[in-house]
Ligand binder design. Sequence first.
Ligand code: AMP
Length: 251
Amino acid sequence: MVPTMGALHDGHLSLVRAAGKPTVVVSIFVNPTQFAPHEDFDTYPRNLDGDLAKLKTIGAPIVFAPTPREMYPEGFSTSVTVGGPSVGLETDFRPHFFAGVATVVAKLLLAALPDVAVFGEKDYQQLLVVKRLVRDLNIPTGIIGAPIAREADGLAMSSRNTYLDARERTIAAGLNKVLRFAAGRARSGGDLRDAEAMAMAELKGVGFDSVDYVAIRDAETLMLTDDPKRPLRLLAAAKIGKTRLIDNMAI
Ligand code: AMP
């Protein structure tokens, strides 16, 4: 299974390929419970016909595109809260987000009971939260993380990139460039907190209006660590105008 919110791009299609299974269910559902009232639920791009056409080109056979009422019937009252990797980072800025994600992913996986479900490393914290969710609730599905699909200039593909005008699109490419510099500094033994602070300043320097976070964390737990033996991940979120972009990479 490949859960998505639609407005499909090549990143989504790469997940279908990564599933490596003859039968893949792609779900398309803009999940209202993971948006806060001030966020972009109403304006989030929706293009079911275009999505179905793209999926046809790669032979994805089964699409599940429920309505909000089907997923959340009258009286729906359950919310799944995951701890561990959901603490901090995205949660500091979108406190409602992972409960919405965990609830809808639990419902989708229990409805389809797939052997495997593929999630993009684009949403790295989400991937770890989903892995924690299936382990903690004994959901019998293997979770596969797939690499980030990028545009030629490094910008991670995202349905929200369509919000960017030409000037903002140029600035957006700076996110990946700045993170690659920061990862290089960290890899060559630079102080991790200095690398974070420099990257934050550089993002503002290349035109981002605000930076939610730039953080180097333990790649498996997202906890702060200075242990050189642990795998590390650099994660960031920043805004250009109203558009919020995220990116991450291994150190
Ligand atoms: P979304 O429709 O944005 O909720 O994303 C659905 C799934 O596609 C999630 O598992 C995302 O992490 C994944 N995804 C989105 N963009 C990319 C990308 N550029 N590369 C790889 N996976 C992606």
